[in-house]
Design a protein around this ligand. Structure first.
Ligand code: NAG
Ligand code: NAG
Ligand code: NAG
Ligand code: NAG
Ligand code: NAG
Ligand code: NAG
Ligand code: NAG
Ligand code: NAG
Ligand code: NAG
Length: 820
């Protein structure tokens, strides 16, 4: 924290007669635990797939070590697996190929060996780490092998440094691997060694980890024995396996300076790369990466790490993280230590992706920023983007522009689509709707007035939404939506062949329809915010209510009536048991995208998706039989184990009691699910972090806020903190939240009776709010003071609900909510 900020915060706090603070000493980065979510998912569970290596916020470079055992989507696993290399890029928390993706151009340090018989191959070189030696903090990662070799790394956006410290002052070696990208998906490429300046350039074509396409990536390495000392290589050469059928038989060619493998559309299993040596106990590698070419990778390294100064790079990275983390300020001396660690670790993971690959778009020329790893909008629209909207709108507007720019260049001139899951720079798979839509709708409602100064073209934004809502792509499994079906039927019929010839993977009909409805709501919301024609607004409002068409009102399960189901084109429902694909599904089912998914729901059950209409929850409350039955039904959903904590469709459900006028039950449920599913251990998140989705969900839970998609409304709950301050870098505001009567005894899964957890008053800038259940975005970022008074009286809280006025319940479209 800058001294000036510290003083202004002090004054603010003194004026509130709050505990004297400013204990935060500008070292929030020390509170981020990068190992949360790095457990092995080997037993079928999810370890989280978090990436604990070195990266700057939204950095394209994500440098980290890779283990030799799958699953290892982010390369790293916090166990005793052997290490095969330290590679330059990774994803954060994603699913996709269990072998991982993006682990390109790894280095591997080898101590003394006879140059031409050094163990350069993957199996031969892999090495165990010493016990408990991994160290990670924002901007830095280090580990040590059992043989004593130490590995460290730090990075900038597209470059960085890797340092090997060997136990002995002798001739030591580094392998530069051309072909291994974790997946072994090499389709061709080359390496060239320039011994005169110890530079190595690489380029290759690899497969996406989530999608059918390939991508090209490039790297440039320079080697020295220290930042200030260059010496020639003691030896150098290339290696390659004798044949792709016997990849273990590897030959090192001394003095060879290049290898090239022509592109083949099938995977080339060859192992190949370079080997260099120095007579030194330290070897420092500087790298640059690029999607354009190897020369640009070298230029990136020159530009971003010009002096090879480790301290400069690491301090800069740490400072960038400090800036990001400080956008949510708390008094770390006062708040619960576990909550503090969870909060800052989550805020850290929340800003790892999307990756800022601006300047690295090899597909089209554009003045817009280019972000990669939109992996996937399905995962991130719920909580990742809404958190960016609160505290990082500058970064967010660049990311929103990357969606608009993607739309401008996806499809042809007349028929274009928003990107959905850009993974490894190419379109990945579509899971549900086109979920860039709620992201753009959210931006429009929150930042329309500032769009011009943020460089976001709102006419294009709106056009992108409309076209994505109207057009049907040739293959809606890659981008866009099956709008022919949606517009013809008002649902997505099962077993229906699209007469337009458009194809996709004809599954997930019910869950896709729910997301299409929300997508149409996003168009409606953007239309309102951007003053588009009333007919548009009415049309998309109507279409957004079509989720009711999936409602089979006659279906009863566990004593509850009415469930979402697939339908045939004649309107008849296609039955599947509502608990299918829930965590307690009595019979195994495939619940993913493939044609073996014959239930109509994607990674979720009918029990769960039946709660998904965040824009018109009142409709669901009515369909389910009114508030009392609705509450019973939500309780039953949790009690029976239908809640799937580890995946996105469940995110909002602990909060939906609000819509039955029972925010007290949401407060209790959020405590329960946080303490049951999240902790600071390596297995501390219940599912894949999914590009920060879990991290941002937890952040919202802890702050006592939950965002309603494509709207300015946030549900308000019972924070896990006695106070916090949100900074917004567009409005230049700091909004101070203070929880009056905050009670640490409420910080457990089942708060004891009498603990003060229930919101009794919400006071916004000195004025009592009409609602105890929601708060407007403008207030959350308005720079004022929000007081949340909590109380212990459960029955008073149940009786008070959201408040006495009609406007107290959070908005629903059907009951006139989300008005102009
Ligand atoms: C931040 O805190 C960590 C852990 O307490 C400490 O090692 C580090 O030196 C601190 N850094 C700064 C810049 O104060
Ligand atoms: C690695 O850890 C696993 C699980 O904790 C254990 O079963 C195994 O024995 C360990 N292996 C080694 C080589 O330490
Ligand atoms: C390994 O490759 C070399 C050179 O191509 C060859 O002479 C040798 O027979 C191979 N060894 C095995 C075990 O395949
Ligand atoms: C490699 O090149 C060096 C320097 O030119 C030379 O001394 C050495 O004999 C060469 N080694 C091989 C195996 O060709
Ligand atoms: C490595 O350097 C040391 C001096 O630091 C020297 O004694 C030794 O001969 C060198 N070894 C080789 C192989 O060049
Ligand atoms: C992304 O990279 C571009 C190009 O360097 C830069 O102008 C922009 O500020 C970066 N955005 C963020 C959020 O760091
Ligand atoms: C653009 O793409 C759409 C959908 O694939 C196709 O129907 C149309 O013919 C294409 N138009 C042009 C001008 O290529
Ligand atoms: C929306 O739906 C209502 C009720 O079904 C209907 O009266 C109205 O014409 C529709 N409006 C549009 C623009 O489709
Ligand atoms: C509707 O179509 C399904 C599937 O073809 C069929 O099983 C069902 O009997 C049809 N319903 C009616 C009312 O025709």
């Amino acid at each position: 924290m800058q001294p000036s900020q510290c003083i202004s915060r002090l004054l603010l706090l003194i004026s509130l007669i709050a505990p004297l603070a400013c204990a935060v000493d500008g070292n929030l980065t020390s509170l981020a635990n990068l190992f949360i979510g790095t457990a092995s998912g080997r037993n079928g569970g999810s370890g989280g797939n978090a990436f604990p290596g070195a990266a700057v916020p939204h950095g394209m470079a994500k440098v980290g070590i890779d283990v030799d055992t799958a699953p290892r989507q982010a390369g790293y696993i916090h166990d005793n697996s052997s290490i095969t290399g330290i590679s330059l890029m990774h994803d954060e928390g994603t699913g996709g190929n269990t072998n991982g993706g993006y682990g390109i151009f790894p280095l591997f340090p080898l101590a003394n060996c006879a140059f031409s018989s050094c163990p350069v191959g993957l199996d031969a070189r892999k090495t165990l780490r010493a016990a408990n030696v991994d160290v990670a903090s924002p901007g830095y990662f280090a580990t040590q092998f059992v043989n004593g070799i130490k590995i460290e790394t730090t990075s900038t956006r597209r470059a960085g440094l890797i340092r090997f410290t060997y136990p002995l002052e002798q001739v030591n070696h580094v392998v530069i691997d051309l072909t291994n990208d974790l997946q072994r998906s090499f389709e061709g490429g080359s390496i060239s060694i320039s011994p005169s300046d110890q530079m190595i350039k690489l380029g290759g074509t690899f497969l996406q980890s989530y999608g059918t396409d390939n991508y090209m990536a490039f790297a440039c390495y320079n080697f020295k024995i220290s930042a200030s000392a260059s010496t020639p290589f003691t030896s150098f050469g290339t290696f390659q396996s004798a044949s792709t059928s016997t990849p273990a038989n590897i030959t090192v060619s001394v003095n060879s300076t290049s290898l090239s493998f022509p592109f083949t559309s099938s995977i080339n299993r060859v192992q190949a790369g370079g080997l260099v040596s120095f007579n030194s106990s330290t070897i420092l590698a500087r790298f640059g990466i690029s999607f354009i070419n190897a020369d640009q990778a070298c230029a990136n390294a020159d530009a971003e790490v010009p002096t090879w100064d480790w301290g400069v790079v690491q301090t800069s990275s740490r400072n960038q993280w400090e800036d990001v983390l400080s956008r949510v300020q708390i008094d770390t001396q006062v708040e619960d230590a576990t909550v503090t660690e969870l909060l800052y670790s989550s805020l850290y993971r929340a800003s790892l992706v999307p990756a800022n690959a601006t300047g690295e778009n090899s597909y089209w020329d554009s003045p817009f920023p280019f972000y990669d790893a939109l992996f996937c909008s399905w995962d991130t629209f719920r909580t990742v983007h809404p958190l960016l909207s609160l505290t990082s709108p500058r970064e967010w507007s660049e990311i929103v522009n990357t969606y608009i720019d993607g739309w401008l260049h996806t499809g042809n001139k007349s028929v274009r689509f928003l990107p959905e899951c850009r993974a490894n720079t190419k379109a990945g798979y579509v899971q549900g709707g086109s979920d860039g839509m709620p992201i753009l709708g959210d931006f429009a409602v929150k930042y329309a007035a500032h769009a011009e100064s943020l460089g976001v073209p709102t006419d294009d934004l709106y056009q992108a939404l409309r076209e994505t809502a109207e057009n049907t792509p040739p293959d809606w499994y890659r981008v866009g939506r099956q709008n022919t079906a949606w517009k013809t039927f008002g649902f997505i019929p099962t077993a229906w062949v699209d007469p337009s010839g458009s194809t996709g993977l004809p599954t997930r009909e019910a869950s896709r329809a729910y997301e299409y409805a929300l997508g149409d709501f996003a168009v409606r919301q953007a239309g309102l915010a951007l003053q588009k024609p009333a007919l548009d607004i009415a049309t998309y409002a109507n279409r957004s209510m079509n989720f009711v068409n999936m409602w089979d009102a006659s279906l009863t399960h566990d004593g509850f009536t009415g469930f979402a189901q697939r339908r045939f084109q004649n309107g008849t429902f296609a039955f599947s048991p509502p608990d299918t694909c829930s965590p307690v599904d009595p019979s195994p089912h495939s619940c993913a995208r493939g044609t073996d998914n014959n239930v109509g729901f994607y990674e979720s059950s009918s029990w769960e998706m039946s709660f998904f209409a965040p824009h018109s929850m009142s409709t669901l409350v009515e369909l389910m039989g009114g508030p009392t039955t609705f509450v019973d039904r939500v309780n039953h959903y949790f009690d029976k184990g239908y809640f799937q904590a580890g995946n996105e469709p469940s995110f909002e459900i602990p909060w939906v009691y609000h819509y039955a006028n029972r925010p007290d039950l949401s407060a209790l449920r959020v405590r329960q699910i946080v303490y049951k599913n999240f902790n600071t251990g390596i297995g501390g998140i219940p599912g894949n972090d999914d590009s920060g989705a879990m991290a941002t969900l937890l952040t919202f839970h802890l702050l006592g806020l939950y965002p309603v998609p494509s709207s300015k409304q946030l549900l308000i709950g019972s924070p896990f903190l006695s106070s916090f301050t949100l900074s917004n870098n567009v409005f230049n505001t700091k909004t101070h939240f203070i929880v009056r009567n905050f009670d640490k005894t409420s910080l457990m899964g089942t708060p004891p009776a009498g603990s003060r957890i229930f919101v009794k008053n919400l006071i916004i800038n000195g004025k009592a709010s009409e609602s105890l259940c929601w708060i407007n975005f403008d207030d959350v970022v308005g720079g004022g003071e929000i007081e949340i008074e909590v109380d212990s009286d459960a029955s008073a809280a149940a009786a008070a609900g959201c408040g006495p006025t009609p406007n107290a319940l959070p908005d629903s479209l059907e009951t006139g909510g989300f008005a102009v």
